[in-house]
Design a protein around this ligand. Structure first.
Ligand SMILES: Cc1cc2nc3c(=O)[nH]c(=O)nc-3n(C[C@H](O)[C@H](O)[C@H](O)COP(=O)(O)OP(=O)(O)OC[C@H]3O[C@@H](n4cnc5c(N)ncnc54)[C@H](O)[C@@H]3O)c2cc1C
Ligand code: SF4
Length: 493
């Protein structure tokens, strides 16, 4: 710890963003940067605690507390304070394969458990992480480092999201020969076609993929395993297999009127928009376009926020966001103490933009949709009602509609962003892998499935989660595969 009194003398400053009304004019993630002096003084706010909760990465009350990949946060904070940026990048890459992704999109559970945050503002960990890795790329410090020796063992990774990429990166470094199969036209999973450009520029994903290619990872895009290439062929051609296929089955809303036109799953909408931006040129028509429409987004989470930000950039007439849960409190509730993830009210980028345009947070809490109303087979509105949550006779918290609270709101585009149920079951079943009660792929601590030599990582075994968890799972699966191959297993799959 370079400056023992830094946390008392220096106020937190995190990454600034462009004003909402300016940034909605484009799809860029561009933002102003803190100066070098400001960044080093932010590093000085770290207290280098005896027990640094920020890098513990545990689940407390079902939520991440601390960094799930155990980033060595106090160490690189100190290196930044001392201006040793290159060393900070080396230290950061010790635990994180892709800090340029997490530095942009991670919700930063590390900051929720930072000790300075107990009675003040936490250290700006995520901002510092992004600045370290962006500088490392800009300075040319990140260059291909292929393994010196190959083991002669082969691994198929199915799915190229952060879990598949982290698995492939780790295994390749260990000297194994890795082929990544991806059914989409581009590598990256939800980094490419889920998280929108204004949060994560697609060149940032492509740059890391090119580095991995230069280091020897083979990528095969446009290949659906189980259709374009058979499960048997994969099984017979590789010493080990890692399933990293994500949790792509979306939760639907089967209320009357669901069949009407103009009601779409959030991922169809977001994926189509990113494809238009990447392939169709700036002026091309989006597959689903919110321009001039009254948009209702159902679901108050991150996916919903991305729909709000995308609809605003497409030129929506109005955007409402419906959430069935209550609005979180402004500060931690008594049953949500530090170092738990703070469940507090926040305006994310999409809500800030809607508020700048129309004067208020577009989220409406404690609201359920009773039915969709239509004309000429197209949605024109929603019948909604207020709800209350209360403990029932069986001791469980249940939702009930508030009598007399029904009303209608207009909509000509409805986006369903209510989360994901789990992985598509066909592929794990074709490999004979057991699923758990929630439909996720069952694995042991080494990430091996019920079938020897077949491993699973990321959302397909954990359920829909975060990029940082996918990286953690991918690294753990790579360790499991390496131990399996080191025991001489997999020769006769
Ligand atoms: C809209 C949206 C926004 C999000 N925003 C954030 C955020 O800001 N921060 C954050 O931390 N997390 C965010 N998440 C969650 C995060 O993106 C996921 O937790 C993470 O991407 C999971 O990684 P994964 O590698 O397990 O799966 P995925 O990223 O889903 O990748 C799985 C890949 O497998 C491929 N695949 C599936 N089946 C086959 C097959 N048979 N053959 C070949 N390929 C196949 C798919 O095409 C896909 O590319 C967001 C999620 C969504 C939907
Ligand atoms: S990966 Fe996420 S939790 Fe870990 S240090 Fe970075 S922002 Fe914090």
């Amino acid at each position: 710890m370079g400056k023992p009194t830094g946390f008392m003398e220096i106020a937190r400053r995190s990454q600034p963003s462009r004003p909402p009304l300016e940034r909605i004019k484009d799809w860029s993630e561009e933002h102003p940067h803190l100066s070098e002096a400001e960044l080093t003084s932010q590093g000085a706010r770290c207290m280098d605690c005896g027990v640094p909760y920020c890098h513990t990465g545990q689940l407390i009350s079902g939520m991440a507390a601390g960094c799930p990949i155990n980033n060595l946060i106090p160490e690189w904070n100190d290196l930044v304070y001392r201006g040793q940026w290159r060393e900070a990048s080396i230290r950061l890459h010790r635990t994180n394969n892709f800090p340029e992704f997490t530095g942009r999109v991670c919700p930063a559970p590390c900051e929720g458990s930072c000790t300075v945050g107990l009675n003040g503002d936490p250290v700006a960990i995520k901002t510092i992480e992004q600045e370290i890795v962006d500088r490392a790329w800009d300075e040319g410090w990140i260059t291909p480092t292929p393994p010196l020796v190959r083991t002669g063992r082969t691994v198929a990774v199915i799915g190229s999201g952060p879990a598949g990429l982290a698995t492939a990166d780790q295994l390749n470094r260990m000297g194994h020969s890795v082929t990544v199969f991806e059914r989409a036209g581009r590598i990256g999973g939800l980094l490419m076609y889920g998280i929108p450009n204004m949060k994560l520029d697609k060149d940032v994903v492509g740059r890391r993929v090119r580095l991995m290619e230069a280091e020897g990872v083979v990528f095969r895009t446009g290949v659906t395993v189980g259709a374009d290439i058979s499960v048997d062929e994969i099984d017979n051609s590789f010493d080990a297999i890692v399933l990293a296929t994500g949790a792509t089955v979306a939760r639907d809303l089967p209320v009357p009127g669901r069949e009407l036109g103009g009601i779409h799953l959030a991922m169809s909408y977001l994926r189509g928009n990113t494809r238009r931006l990447l392939d169709g040129g700036a002026g091309a028509e989006a597959p689903i376009d919110a321009a001039g429409k009254d948009v209702v987004v159902i679901g108050g989470g991150d996916t919903g926020t991305d729909c709000v930000g995308t609809a605003i950039r497409q030129g929506a007439k109005s955007v409402r966001q419906l959430e069935v849960m209550p609005q979180p409190p402004a500060t931690r509730a008594a049953n949500n103490p530090w170092p738990e993830w703070p469940k507090v009210y926040k305006m994310d980028y999409g809500q800030e933009e809607a508020a700048a345009l129309w004067g208020a947070d577009p989220r409406r809490y404690l609201t359920t949709t009773r039915r969709f109303m239509g004309r000429s087979e197209h949605v024109v509105g929603l019948e909604i009602a207020s709800v209350a949550w209360a403990v029932g006779a069986d001791g469980r918290v249940a939702m009930r509609e508030v009598p007399g609270s029904t009303e209608t709101i207009p909509a000509d585009l409805v986006l369903l962003a209510m989360g994901f149920l789990g992985p598509e079951p066909a592929l794990p079943r074709a490999f004979d892998c057991e699923l758990d009660a929630r439909g996720n792929i069952r694995t042991g601590a080494d990430k091996m499935t019920s079938v020897p030599g077949i491993f699973a990582a990321g959302d397909c075994m954990r359920g829909q989660s975060l990029v940082v968890w996918a990286i953690r799972e991918g690294r753990a699966a790579a360790d499991g595969v390496d131990r399996y191959l080191s025991r001489g297993m997999g020769q006769h799959r």
